[in-house]
Design a protein around this ligand. Structure first.
Ligand SMILES: *Cc1c(COP(=O)(O)O)cnc(C)c1O
Length: 225
């Protein structure tokens, strides 16, 4: 199937549920992004700062760029001026740097806190305890160049559907709990970013508001380049 046909399919599935489709374009050329853009997609996800910055410079300026990969503190400054949403905030130190760069850029940077839901050691993210500690801290309360729009999580990479469902369900529960417990001007809990090509349907059934779909739209990635 072509990129256009894939987009059509995913748009039909997500828009009827009020879920935002984020086309994950990492490793793919600008032409592929333009094809998706011409089908009406405005939200694109990237996981590398340099690649996202290059694509931002080449492509239409109304694209909303989502940083979905692990972000190093010393690179925040390159994306701060244009990034739409950072999904992968996984430490207080990173959040502090985003606050600093938001202030420099004269803007409020939208963030999701990435939660470690998979029972694998390899995935980044905050534990529930770390999340609560962060949200309760005075340092966090003083930040006014960031806005926490919700949570992000990645399920374990497994064929066990029930395990994936359990992980998404517990993230949704945590989301609802945080949403009702914390009210502060830099918290505006609306988005739950979960689900990718292999598990977006389960994620949507469990309450996802943003699915991050790459290979099922653009085809499989070649990392050997
Ligand atoms: C690459 C990536 C995706 C998309 O993965 P696909 O399996 O290609 O849909 C989603 N989320 C994150 C964080 C990613 O790094």
């Amino acid at each position: 199937m072509s990129i256009a046909e894939n987009i059509q399919k995913f748009e039909n599935i997500t828009s009827s549920e009020g879920c935002t489709l984020i086309a994950v374009s990492k490793t793919k050329p600008a032409e592929d992004i333009l094809q998706a853009y011409k089908c009406g997609i405005k939200d694109f996800g990237e996981n590398k700062v340099q690649e996202m910055t290059d694509k931002f410079e080449q492509l239409p300026k109304d694209i909303r760029w989502h940083m979905i990969g692990h972000l190093q503190r010393n690179k925040v400054k390159y994306i701060a001026p244009f990034v739409h949403l950072i999904h992968s905030v996984d430490s207080m130190r990173l959040l502090k740097e985003i606050e600093k760069q938001g202030e420099k850029a004269g803007k409020v940077i939208n963030c999701l806190l990435q939660i470690h839901i998979a029972r694998e050691d390899t995935k980044f993210g905050l534990s529930e305890e770390e999340l609560e500690e962060l949200l309760q801290s005075e340092e966090f309360a003083a930040m006014n160049h960031i806005k926490i729009k919700g949570l992000m999580g990645m399920a374990t990479n497994t064929d066990n559907i029930e395990k994936i469902r359990d992980e998404f369900r517990s993230l949704k529960e945590l989301f609802e709990e945080i949403k009702k417990t914390y009210s502060h001007s830099n918290i505006d809990f609306r988005e739950l970013s979960m689900g990718m090509s292999s598990d977006y349907l389960i994620a949507m059934e469990e309450g996802s508001t943003m699915v991050r779909v790459g290979s099922a739209i653009f085809g499989s990635r070649n990392y050997n380049t």
